[in-house]
Design a protein around this ligand. Sequence first.
Ligand code: SF4
Ligand code: SF4
Length: 358
Amino acid sequence: MAAPKRKTDIGPPHYEQMLHPMVKANYGKWKYHEKVKPGVLMHVSETGDKLYTVRAASSRLVSIDKIRDFCNLADKYCDGYLRFTSRNNVEFMTDKEANVQPIIDELSKMGHPVGGTGNSISNIVHTQGWVHCHSSATDASGVVKATMDELIDYFTSMKLPAHLRIAVACCLNMCGAVHCSDIAILGIHRTPPTINNDALANMCEIPSTVASCPKAAIRPKVVAGKKTVEVVEDLCMYCGNCYTVCPAMPIANPLNDGISIWVGGKVSNSRTAPMFSKLAIPYLPNNPPRWPEVTSAVKNIVETYAKDAKKYERVGEWIGRIGWQKFFEKTGLEFTKYHIDDYTLASSTYNSSTHVKF
Ligand code: SF4
Ligand code: SF4
């Protein structure tokens, strides 16, 4: 398998350069894999080659020192090969079975639990949060740390009915995979941006600010002789897009911002087609540093699912079998008016179903 010749130097290097030599040599020849124990996979090739993978939780936002520590471990046991998964687990690959336990021991000394394979909760993928993004409605890494501290047993074991993927996005622009995860923790703004009329004309270009709104909620306005804009509140969906374009329209509001919980999404097409997640809890308060309302709500959903779902049923499949009414009954969650989709453009979605026509 030769890498195609690059036409430019733009973009990442070809992934083939990063593959473990055994992966490269057995490309397309893997016969099966076994989950040896939580966090340890064994891939077996038709050539007889066996490759062991040890999966550990990463802290997601990692320092250069931490990456050096991981690389040192990979140099010691894995001929220098490691990889990060799309949910930010870190995986160490070795062709020597004898290296598996020492890798686990060293990871545990470094404070990184091994697990996340098979019917478990894998590392929670998350977005930037208060650490970096200007439009976040909640923190990301802090919420994930608090949640995984509660759910760590489900990372280090494979006792759940099926894979359970959790994601966090700190606003509804959803840089994280919240629309397609079994449980999604989504930061929400609940008030429109505030407008600094004095500064707006100096800081922002009014036509591009108006054009930045996907709901056409922003209009030019003159206030006290100064060119500025206004927001039609009924149209605003609190997405924060305008703030990205115009710093004089901040949307973060410590009292009103919070977290919503969504359930039932998946990417996998095993048994059933991929699914989008749907609203379970419309609002929980931001309560750093441990977000107790959020962690107990997520734990409640995980434990109700673990008790009630059949083997191999993902959260969305479980809800599909028992029905949404039973989901709300079994989890004790309240069904509110916010669970009804009244989005302006929802009518076009309704019209594409066989159930409602108008
Ligand atoms: S989800 Fe929203 S707030 Fe979070 S990093 Fe992405 S754009 Fe920023
Ligand atoms: S928050 Fe979003 S919907 Fe509201 S005014 Fe800004 S861009 Fe428009």
